[in-house]
Design a protein around this ligand. Structure first.
Ligand code: ADP
Ligand code: MG
Length: 384
C-alpha cells in the first residue's frame, strides 16, 4: 500500500492533507531467540511488509487515531488523560508512544493519525513494533525532537511494556527503527550496540522464506513468563547478572554446577548456545559464507524444540519438510508456540520446497500456511 493512498484516506477522514507520511517495517529474527531478556544477542532484519502512517500535528492536546485495518471511525483521546494499561484496544500502541514521549519530557501537543499496514498481526512478525515505531518517527520528525533511532526504539518498548502492558524485549522496536536494506542487524541487547551485517540473499542466488503457520502465538500466556523466570533462576544459581555472562567455553562447567535442576539446565543450555550461534552466524556472513549459516539455523531450531520447548507440531513440520526437500537450513522464529518459521534455500529450490510444505500441511490436516519471501528491507523512514 502506497504513501499517496494513505495520504488521500487521511484527507477524507480529517479534511486536510497530512503534514507527512512515514513507514516502519515488521521484522523477522534470523537467529537469537529468547536471548533478549538474557542480555544476549539477536539478529533481526526488516521485512518489506510495513505500516504506513499519515500524520499531522494538533495544538489542542487531542490524539485522533484511525487504522484502515480495524474499521470504525477515528478514536479520539486526550493526551493529558492517557494512563498505563487503561486501554485494551489497538489504540493503546500509538497512544502509548505519545504517552512515553510526553513522560520523557517531550512537548507533544496532539496529532491526527491514519495508518494502514501490510504486516500480518499476531504472526510473530511484529506488527506491534511497526505500529509503535511509525508513530514515534512521525512525532519525532514533526515535533523536531531530534531523538536518535535507538532512543525512539527504547521509548516504543516502554510504550509496549508499561502502557500496553506487554512484557517484550527491545529487539522488535530496534529492528523496525534501525534496520537497513540488504543487511541483518546484529544487536547486543545489553548495551544496545548494533552492527549492520551484509545479508544480500538475492546477490548469492539464495532466498529466505517465511512460513506463517497461522497458529496464533500466545506469549502473554504463562509459558513466556515461565521461561523467563527459569532463565532468571539459572542466572541467580550461577551467580551472574544474566545468562549472557556464562561464556560458551564455560557451559559444561556451569551446567554441572546446576546439578539436578533439569529444567534450568535445559533453559541455560539453549540461551548460552544460542548466543554462540548468533556469533557464528555473524562470522560466517562477514566471511561471505552465507550458505554455511543454514546448519546453524537448524541447530537453533533443535535447541528451541528440545531444550527450550517452545516449538509446536506445525513449526516442526515446516522445518522437517523443508530440510527433507533441500533447504540449507530452517528454524522457528519469534516467541514460539506458533507464528512463523524461516527457511534458507537456493532460489532454484523455492517452488519445490513451498509445494512440499503446503502438501505436508494438507496431509496433516493443518490450516494452510502462508509462505512468502523475506527480502532484507529498509527500517523506518519518511515517505512524503
Ligand atoms: P505481533 O507484533 O507479533 O504482530 P502483537 O500481539 O504484539 O503481535 O501485536 C498485534 C496487535 O497490534 C494487534 O492485535 C493490534 O492491536 C495492534 N496492531 C498492529 N498493527 C495494527 C494495525 N495496522 N492497525 C491496528 N492495530 C494494529
Ligand atoms: Mg508484537
Amino acid at each position: 500500500m502506497g504513501a499517496q493512498q494513505v495520504a488521500e484516506r487521511f484527507a477524507e477522514l480529517y479534511g486536510t492533507r497530512p503534514e507527512g507520511v512515514w513507514a516502519a517495517p515488521g521484522r523477522v529474527n534470523l537467529i537469537g531467540e529468547h536471548t533478549d531478556y538474557n542480555d544476549g544477542f539477536v539478529m533481526p532484519f526488516a521485512l518489506p511488509h510495513r505500516t504506513v502512517a499519515a500524520v499531522s500535528r494538533r495544538t489542542d492536546g487531542i490524539l485522533r487515531l484511525h487504522s484502515a485495518d480495524t474499521g470504525g471511525g477515528p478514536a479520539e483521546l486526550r493526551l493529558d488523560a492517557l494512563a498505563p494499561e487503561s486501554d485494551r484496544d489497538w489504540t493503546a500502541y500509538p497512544a502509548g508512544v505519545a504517552w512515553a514521549l510526553r513522560e520523557a519530557g517531550h512537548a507533544i501537543t496532539g496529532a491526527d493519525i491514519h495508518l494502514a499496514s501490510t504486516v500480518p498481526t499476531g504472526a510473530g512478525l511484529s506488527s506491534s513494533a511497526a505500529l509503535e515505531v511509525v508513530v514515534a518517527l512521525a512525532l519525532n520528525d514533526l515535533y523536531d525532537l531530534g531523538l536518535q533511532r535507538w532512543k525512539l526504539a527504547r521509548l516504543c518498548q516502554r510504550a509496549e511494556n508499561v502502557y500496553v502492558g506487554a512484557p517484550t524485549g527491545i529487539m522488535d522496536q530496534t529492528a523496525s527503527a534501525c534496520c537497513e536494506p540488504g543487511h541483518a542487524l546484529f544487536l547486543d541487547t545489553r548495551d544496545l550496540s548494533q552492527q549492520q551485517i551484509p545479508f544480500d540473499l538475492a546477490a548469492e542466488g539464495l532466498r529466505l522464506l517465511v512460513v506463517d503457520t497461522q497458529v496464533k502465538h500466545a506469549h502473554s500466556g504463562g509459558e513466556y513468563g515461565k521461561r523467563r523466570a527459569g532463565c532468571e533462576k539459572g542466572a541467580a544459581l550461577l551467580g551472574v547478572d544474566a545468562l549472557r555472562d556464562i561464556p560458551y567455553a564455560g557451559l559444561d562447567a556451569a551446567l554441572a554446577r546446576l546439578g539436578d535442576e533439569e529444567e534450568v539446565v535445559r533453559l541455560v543450555r539453549h540461551v548460552v548456545t544460542e548466543d554462540e550461534r548468533v556469533e557464528r552466524t555473524v562470522a560466517l556472513l562477514r566471511a561471505g559464507d552465507t550458505r554455511a549459516i543454514g546448519p546453524v539455523l537448524t541447530e537453533g531450531h533443535a535447541s528451541l524444540r528440545d531444550d527450550f520447548r517452545i516449538s509446536c507440531p506445525e513449526l516442526d513440520l515446516v522445518v522437517d519438510t523443508a530440510l527433507a526437500h533441500g533447504a540449507l537450513g530452517a528454524r522457528m522464529t519469534g516467541g514460539g508456540f506458533g507464528g512463523s518459521a524461516v527457511v534458507l534455500a537456493e532460489a532454484t529450490e523455492v517452488d519445490t520446497l513451498t509445494k512440499a510444505v503446503e502438501e505436508a500441511f494438507a496431509a496433516a490436516a493443518f490450516t494452510a500456511p502462508r509462505v512468502f519471501e523475506a527480502v532484507p528491507s529498509p527500517g523506518a523512514h519518511r515517505l512524503l
